[in-house]
Design a protein around this ligand. Structure first.
Ligand code: FUB
Length: 354
C-alpha cells in the first residue's frame, strides 16, 4: 500500500523531467571544435582528395570510403575500399557533381583488395588514374587506368606499373613537360618492406633511432604507364641537411606525398602519420633533397591526414579530409580551404578547427 501511494507522484515527476529533457535538446558541447570548412560531399564518404584543374573545371579524385565490416587493425585493414568516384565543380564554391563509379576493383585484373588514395594526370590527349591496391598476394602495388574523359570511366591496365610498390601515388608535371610519380606509405602502406626496391615480406617498421624511411619517386615514360628509371628515394632533410630518424615522427615522412611548384621551388608535402600533421619541405629539383620547413595543416579529427594543393584562378587551395560526418576514422569526408604562401615562400599553417 505504502509503495503504491508513492508511485503516482514518482510517475508525475519522471514525466515532467523527461519533458524538460526533450526541451533542452539538442545538447551542444561548448568544447566542440568548429570546423573551418564543411564537407564537399555528404552522400558518400570520401577521403584523400587529389584535386586538379582540367578544361577549366575542378576535378577531385578521392578515395571512396565504405564500411566494409572489417575490424580495425594497425595495418589499416578496415580501409576496405572497392571503387573510385570522381567529383567536379565549376568553381571552388560551386555545386559538386558526382560522376559515379570511375573504376571498380572487379575491373582491375591484378587487384585483390583495398583501393586506397589515387591521383590523376593528363597527357597524350587522355587522362591517367594512378591508384594503389593490394594484389592477389596482399602486396600493395600501383596501377594505372586511362580514359578519354577526366571523370572516367577508366580502363585499367592488366598489370600494376612495373617496379611500383606501396601506396599513395601522386603525379607531378614539371614545367619541361616531364611527369614524376611520387609514392609510398609506411606501416599499413608496406613501404618498410621495400629496401633497395626489393620486397621482404618479414621486414619490420624501423626502430626509433634508425633513419626514417623515405618516400619514393620515378620519372614516368612518355606512355605514362611505366617508369623511365629505377625508383629512387626522396631525401627529406632538416635545416642542417640531416635525414630524420624514425623517432622524429612529427617531421619524418609517413604517407600522402604531394608536390607543387611555387616561384621556381618544388614543395614536397606529406603526412607525418601517427603525429597527424601535413608537413612540407622545399627543394630545387623534383628529386630533392627537400628541406623541412614546417606544418601546412594541423591534425584533423580522425587518425589520417591527407591532402592536395592546387592553384585555381591565381589562388591556392588545400583539399583535405576529416571525419566530421561520421566520427569514424575510416569514414571520412573531403573538404577544401584556401592556402597562403607568404612573401618568403613559407606556407601559413592552417588550423582545421577554430
Ligand atoms: O585512404 C586509405 C589511406 O589512408 C591512404 O592511402 C592514406 O594516405 C590514408 O589517408
Amino acid at each position: 500500500m505504502k509503495d503504491k501511494k508513492l508511485l503516482i507522484p514518482l510517475l508525475v515527476v519522471s514525466v515532467v523531467l523527461s519533458n524538460c529533457k526533450k526541451k533542452e535538446e539538442p545538447v551542444t558541447n561548448p568544447e566542440a571544435k568548429k570546423p573551418i570548412s564543411q564537407p564537399l560531399v555528404s552522400h558518400l564518404y570520401t577521403a584523400d582528395p587529389s584535386a586538379h584543374v582540367f578544361n577549366n573545371r575542378i576535378y577531385i579524385y578521392p578515395s571512396h570510403d565504405i564500411d566494409a565490416g572489417i575490424p580495425e587493425d594497425d595495418a589499416g585493414g578496415h580501409f576496405g575500399m572497392t571503387d573510385y568516384h570522381v567529383f567536379s565543380m565549376d568553381s571552388i564554391n560551386g555545386k559538386v557533381t558526382d560522376h559515379g563509379v570511375a573504376l571498380a576493383i572487379q575491373d582491375v585484373p591484378w587487384a585483390g583488395r583495398q583501393m586506397w588514395a589515387p591521383d590523376a594526370a593528363f597527357a597524350n590527349d587522355r587522362y591517367y588514374l594512378y591508384f594503389p591496391a593490394k594484389d592477389k598476394n596482399d602486396v600493395f602495388k600501383i596501377g594505372v587506368a586511362t580514359s578519354k574523359n577526366p571523370e572516367g570511366p577508366f580502363v585499367a591496365e592488366p598489370n600494376p606499373i612495373e617496379g611500383s610498390y606501396s601506396i599513395d601515388p601522386t603525379a607531378f608535371k614539371d614545367e619541361d613537360g616531364s611527369y614524376y610519380l611520387y609514392f609510398g606509405g609506411i606501416w599499413g602502406g608496406q613501404l618498410q618492406r621495400w629496401n633497395n626496391n626489393q620486397y621482404e615480406s618479414a621486414a619490420q617498421n624501423r626502430k626509433p633511432s634508425e633513419q626514417a624511411i623515405l618516400p619514393r619517386v620515378a620519372r614516368l615514360n612518355h606512355d605514362m604507364k611505366s617508369f623511365a628509371e629505377p625508383v629512387k628515394e626522396v631525401q627529406l632533410v632538416d635545416e642542417n641537411g640531416n635525414l630524420f630518424t624514425e623517432s622524429q615522427n612529427d617531421k619524418r615522412f609517413f604517407e600522402a606525398a604531394w608536390v607543387h611548384k611555387y616561384k621556381g621551388k618544388y614543395y614536397f608535402s606529406y603526412s607525418t602519420g601517427d603525429t597527424h600533421f601535413i608537413a612540407y619541405a622545399v627543394g630545387d629539383s623534383p628529386y630533392g633533397p627537400f628541406t623541412y620547413k614546417g606544418v601546412i595543416l594541423n591534425p584533423v579529427e580522425g587518425w589520417t591526414n591527407h591532402h592536395s594543393i592546387v592553384e585555381i584562378n591565381s589562388s591556392w587551395y588545400l583539399f583535405y579530409h576529416d571525419v566530421q560526418l561520421s566520427g569514424k576514422t575510416h569514414l571520412r569526408n573531403i573538404k577544401v580551404t584556401e592556402l597562403h604562401h607568404q612573401d618568403d615562400g613559407s606556407i601559413s599553417t592552417i588550423n582545421p578547427y577554430q
